[in-house]
Ligand binder design. Structure first.
Ligand code: C2E
Ligand code: MG
Ligand code: MG
Ligand code: MG
Length: 285
């Protein structure tokens, strides 16, 4: 691997050979080792899913969970997705990893719907690499539904605006087919990507997740308040439900409640938890 890095470095010209070579080498090796270990991690069952509750603003009731992946690394400890998702995407490993998440999270939610709460909803994040091969994604989703036996209406797929904006016509065909399966579609990190909003009428969107950057200062910054007000007004007139992300404090929660936000996630209710811990916390409700 070091040789490959050196070879590419050399092509860039003799002058920056040493500098570029050394830097490239370290970075390329780091990436390659993360990729190789990630491949092994999938096989060795080191990937784990944590579940963050999604709560009704009006009633405080648990309405769903978002599946959030982590890597239980044998030496480095529990790694958040920010540490490995990019490598998973660049290497294509995100496809089998995403399928693993879908299958496992759907199986667990089937069990929780029986034991914890009927109708409990599940949200699963999708990466750009998973929507490239639409046929494979469609199969993975149908298979996860069939194996788990859950009502498709209780599964929601989360996509960001930036993923949707690339090749929108192609995406629309895929998402409409997924919509016909009965699964919901949520726009994640809403407001952070550039977008024309026209996709809201062409795609089978069910809910919008307001990015935490707008929520953070909602109680003190009139601009953030205005933005959230506008998002809620637009979403509600399109009959979309609105979820606020990253709600950490009572002040933020109160502001969202006064504005009529539908649901929220955030440390104010709970961080994402391992399945067993989630069951202990929400098992008797
Ligand atoms: P996301 O889908 O927007 O998830 C929200 C992130 O905010 C999660 O970080 C969550 O743990 C964190 N969070 C929740 N409540 C709070 C809060 O009150 N305060 C703060 N500061 N943070 C909060 P996490 O788990 O590190 O995930 C980061 C991103 O990684 C996710 O953003 C999602 O884009 C991606 N991701 C996670 N799991 C998967 C997966 O299975 N597949 C794919 N493709 N992407 C995933
Ligand atoms: Mg998400
Ligand atoms: Mg729908
Ligand atoms: Mg988000």
């Amino acid at each position: 691997h070091a040789d490959v890095a050196m070879y590419f470095a050399k092509e860039k010209g003799r002058n920056n050979y040493q500098f570029f070579g050394a830097e490239m080498n370290a970075r390329a090796q780091e990436r390659l080792s993360v990729e190789n270990y990630l491949r092994l991690a999938l096989r060795r069952n080191e990937l784990v899913i944590h579940y963050q509750p999604r709560i009704s603003v009006a009633t405080g009731e648990l309405v769903g969970v978002e599946a959030l992946i982590r890597w239980q690394h044998p030496r480095r400890g529990l790694l958040p997705p920010g540490r490995f998702i990019e490598v998973a995407e660049d290497s294509g490993l995100i496809v089998p990893i995403g399928e693993w998440v879908l299958e496992h999270a759907c199986a667990l939610i089937a069990d929780w719907q029986k034991r914890l709460k009927p109708g409990l909803r599940l949200s699963v994040n999708l990466s750009v690499g998973q929507v490239v091969d639409g046929e494979r994604l469609y199969k993975a989703v149908s298979q996860a539904l069939t194996i788990s036996g859950i009502d498709p209406a209780t599964l929601e797929l989360e996509l960001t605006e930036s993923i949707l904006m690339q090749n929108i016509a192609e995406k629309a065909a895929l998402l409409n087919r997924l919509g016909e399966l009965g699964v919901g579609l949520a726009i994640d990190d809403f407001g952070t990507g550039y977008s024309s909003l026209s996709y809201l009428k062409t795609l089978p969107v069910d809910s919008i997740k307001i990015d935490s950057s707008f929520v953070r200062d909602i109680h003190s910054d009139p601009d953030d308040l205005a933005i959230i007000k506008a998002i809620l007004a637009m979403a509600h007139s399109l009959r979309l439900s609105v979820v606020a992300e990253g709600v950490e404090t009572e002040a933020q929660f109160n502001a969202l409640r006064d504005l009529g936000c539908d649901e929220y996630q955030g440390y104010y209710a709970s961080a994402a938890l391992p399945a067993a811990e989630f069951e202990r916390k929400y098992g008797n409700k």
